[in-house]
Structures are given as structure tokens and as C-alpha cells.
Design a protein around this ligand. Structure first.
Ligand code: NAD
Ligand code: UDP
Length: 318
């Protein structure tokens, strides 16, 4: 059975990947320094003898015993709230962390999959965004630390592919949500759901007319699995093209939670992209992938998970 190493494995998406590849029978090595992740996210996997958790910072030289067949490089803070809080860590993990993970893949002869992002498109002039769109990123803006780190990571991945003939994959992930997102993560859905469940004001930034396209994490995991098994080295967008304004999403969360919360409008963060929607033709044509979980169903599942965790937190505090 393959041995699959997942950097950022104790994070939101990473923990679902650990679960998925263990369920497929892989040996899974989760490498995480717990900067924005939590060991609780993988605690339910720790009794499985095929699972190993290693607390390590991937910006340092990465030594791993034994063979490794796949490396999925997911380590990186990802919430805009972290872009101001952790700018240097983000730049380091996207650059030095990616270099170390690629070096390990080369040493082990492993296949390498990079978690890139729709942020490489910046504040786009075309909507939806195909992979051929080269983007509009402000390198010195607040979001630049993340966008440029991921653009560098893509360039470094392609250099290893071209120079060392490494088997590489690049997934450009659009807004993904779901169970196990941090309660105080700062991104739109965790904020809205936490606020609604506590009957607190729902913070809509700007006038809420900006759009995003939210995909459920299990659809993403399916896309990543297909990409890893494919021979596609070009970047592939994975996301749900069902585009929606933030105002609509805020109202959906209030409706689905039955909350008494009111919407409050706060300033739009600088550089906040006005629109975002994936063109998923490439994923459809080359991977046979398309999303299956409708937004309202995915949000309902996420609400149930947040409710459970908020209850547990309240009980812990009592
Ligand atoms: P997350 O913060 O839950 O997960 C990131 C994980 O990386 C955390 O567990 C964190 O502790 C770990 N990490 C950070 N720096 C590290 C370091 N130097 N060494 C080891 N571990 C480190 O965020 P997420 O939403 O699960 O995102 C995971 C990946 O997917 C990121 O690379 C992110 O850029 C990418 N992505 C996510 C989205 C999304 O909508 N969630 C969209 C596009 C791309
Ligand atoms: N947003 C919002 N209220 C919040 C958090 C975010 O209106 O409490 C908006 C944010 O300005 C952006 C969109 O929701 O337009 C998605 O933000 P998120 O932080 O989820 O990720 P982004 O897509 O900006 O990287």
C-alpha cells in the first residue's frame, strides 16, 4: 500500500485528506507544526496503526524515515485574518516549506501535489477564472504575502517538474468550507455560522455584493484524489461554480440556523476580490470531476458540526 505524507495534515482540509487516504488503505504521515491546525482534528485517527503524527515545522529541513510514495503539501495558514497576523510565516511556508517538501519528494522519488489557490488569480478581470488566466495580484498588498507565496510555490513546483522530472500536481483550490473549520478562523462561513448560532450580529464586509463560490471539503477531497491519480501536471481548478454574493450567504446562514441575528455592515478589507468563480472545464474533462454537494446541504452539515463544538466549548467553560 502507498505511504502518503500530508503537510498541514492537522488543519481543516489536511485532516479530511488524512481520513480519506487512511480509508483507502494508505499509510499516512501527518506533518504539522499546529500553527493554525489542532491535534484534535486528527485525534480520532491516532489509534489507527497506519497513521503517524509528526509535530514539525516544514520550513526547517524535513527528514522522514522510510519510503514515501506521495507528498501532499497543504501546510500554510489560509484565512485572510492570518494574512495580517502571520505574514512572514505564510511567506516562509509557501517558499522554504515548498522547497523542503519538493526536496523530500525528489529524495524519495515521490509524487508531489501542491495545494495552490484561486488567490493566484488575485482580484480577477475575468469571471469565471480558467487556469489560463494569469491573474491580477498586488505584491505589496495585505493579501500579497499569501498570493505571492502560492505563485512562488507553483513556480518552484514546475521547476522541479522540469529540471528533476518530478511527478507533480497543482490544485488551485477555490473557497472551501465544511466540518472541522476553526470556530474563530475568521473566514466568511465560520464567522457567519458562529455568529448566527450565538445570536450575535452577522458581520458582512462592504455591502455584501462581492461574490464567492463555496465548495464543500468532501468534493475537494474527491477532486484531489482524482488529480493525484491522473497524469495531469498542469494546474487544475477545483471548486463549486455555484457563485453567490456574500449578502445572500449571510441570509442563508441566518435562515438555516433559525437565528435572531441581524446583519451588520463593516468595511471591506483592502484588496478583497470582487468576484470569484472557478471555470471547472479542465477538472471535468481531464478528471471526470464535478462537485456533488449543494451549498445549502453543505452549510447545514457544517452548522451541525459547529453547534456540537460550540456546545462542548460552553460545557468546558462552565
Ligand atoms: P488550515 O489553517 O486549517 O490548515 C493549514 C495547516 O498547515 C494547519 O494545520 C497549520 O498548523 C499547518 N502549518 C502552517 N504552517 C506550517 C509549517 N510551517 N509547518 C507545518 N505545518 C504548518 O487551513 P486550510 O483551509 O485547511 O488550508 C489548507 C491548505 O489549502 C493551505 O495550503 C491553503 O493555502 C490551501 N487552500 C485552502 C482554501 C480554503 O478555502 N480552505 C482555499 C485555497 C487553498
Ligand atoms: N467576509 C464577510 N464577513 C466576514 C468574513 C468575510 O463579509 O465576517 C467576506 C470577505 O470580505 C470576502 C468574502 O467574505 O469578500 C470571503 O471571505 P473569506 O475570508 O472567506 O475568504 P477570501 O475569499 O476573501 O479569501
Amino acid at each position: 500500500m502507498p505511504r502518503t505524507l500530508i503537510t498541514g495534515g492537522a488543519g481543516f482540509i489536511g485532516s479530511h485528506l488524512c481520513e480519506h487516504f487512511l480509508a483507502k488503505g494508505h499509510d499516512v504521515v501527518c506533518v504539522d507544526n499546529l500553527l493554525t491546525g489542532a491535534e484534535e482534528n486528527v485525534a480520532h485517527l491516532e489509534k489507527n496503526p497506519k497513521f503517524t503524527f509528526l509535530k514539525k515545522d516544514v520550513t526547517n529541513y524535513l527528514a522522514i524515515d522510510g519510503p514515501v510514495d506521495n507528498i501532499l503539501h497543504f501546510a500554510s495558514p489560509a484565512s485572510p485574518a492570518d494574512f495580517e497576523r502571520l505574514p512572514i510565516q505564510i511567506l516562509k511556508v509557501g517558499s522554504m516549506g515548498t522547497h523542503n517538501a519538493l526536496g523530500l519528494a525528489k529524495a524519495k522519488g515521490a509524487r508531489f501535489l501542491l495545494a495552490s489557490t484561486s488567490e493566484v488569480y488575485g482580484d480577477p478581470e475575468v469571471n469565471p477564472q480558467p487556469e489560463s488566466y494569469l491573474g491580477r495580484v498586488n505584491p505589496i498588498g495585505i493579501r500579497g504575502v499569501y498570493d505571492e507565496a502560492k505563485r512562488f510555490a507553483e513556480a518552484m513546483t514546475m521547476a522541479y517538474h522540469r529540471v528533476h522530472s518530478l511527478e507533480t500536481r497543482i490544485v488551485r483550490i477555490f473557497n472551501t468550507y465544511g466540518e472541522r473549520m476553526r470556530l474563530d478562523d475568521g473566514r466568511a462561513l465560520p464567522n457567519f455560522i458562529t455568529q448566527a448560532l450565538q445570536n450575535e450580529p452577522i458581520t458582512v464586509y462592504g455591502d455584501g455584493s462581492q461574490t464567492r463560490s463555496f465548495g464543500h471539503v468532501l468534493d475537494l477531497v474527491d477532486g484531489i484524489d482524482r488529480l493525484l491519480l491522473s497524469r495531469v501536471w498542469e494546474p487544475v481548478n477545483i471548486g463549486n461554480p455555484d457563485e453567490v454574493t456574500l449578502l445572500e450567504v449571510a441570509k442563508e446562514v441566518v435562515f438555516l440556523t433559525g437565528s435572531r441575528s441581524e446583519l451588520v455592515f463593516q468595511p471591506l478589507p483592502p484588496g478583497d476580490p470582487k468576484v470569484r468563480r472557478p471555470d471547472i472545464s479542465r477538472a471535468r474533462d481531464l478528471l471526470g470531476w464535478s462537485p456533488r454537494i449543494p451549498r445549502l446541504e453543505g452549510i447545514k452539515r457544517t452548522i451541525a458540526d459547529f453547534e456540537k463544538r460550540l456546545d462542548a466549548k460552553d460545557k468546558g467553560a462552565a
